[in-house]
Design a protein around this ligand. Sequence first.
Ligand code: AMP
Length: 210
Amino acid sequence: MKLMLLGGPGAGKGTQAKRMVSRLGIPQISTGDMLRAAVANKTELGLKAKAAMDSGQLVTDDLVIGIVRERLAEPDCTEGYILDGFPRTVAQAEALAEFQSLDKVLSIEVAEDELVARLSGRWTCTNKACGAIYHIVHNPPSTEGKCDACEADLYQRSDDQEVSIRERLVAYGESTAPLTSWYQDKGILVAIDGSGTPDDVQARITAATS
Ligand code: AMP
């Protein structure tokens, strides 16, 4: 099944995608994770992407389309995948449609105030293979600063700061929100209520994808 998770920053795309990977046995393709790895490894792509990412703006379409095209050509994607954070503009959606057709786009809907509250309390596992996500109030780790799953240190993403959060919400409203009607017109958009616990949301996603 070829799926895409659409939703504002903090809507729970990464959290839900990780749960879907084990249930559906298809990979999560997160452009945010791929770009953060490129920045950490100081690759040419990372150097080009860093400034936009730090300020909460979008990386250029051509860079992102290039990495997704390569990634989806890998053998683990033949049975399907879960796109998380891509496409983020209509131009990206049009480029993707030239070489892949999605089965469903799950639009996780969360109010803006709730997105800000989630992002400003978010802590992420430093172990890339784990990538578990916590919230300081709603889903705290058992030991402060340590991942329950693999015991690695947790960190706060540099773009999860107030100024970058606002910028990301603006970028979402201007560039990504129009994808909702774009995919609705294609007849593959499914709205998912993103409120409640991660388990609540996963149950709604399971119902929509089985
Ligand atoms: P995310 O982890 O999905 O929140 O992405 C973090 C940051 O990576 C975004 O704020 C953008 O700067 C960049 N990014 C991730 N995916 C894309 C995309 N599809 N198009 C443009 N920029 C992206």
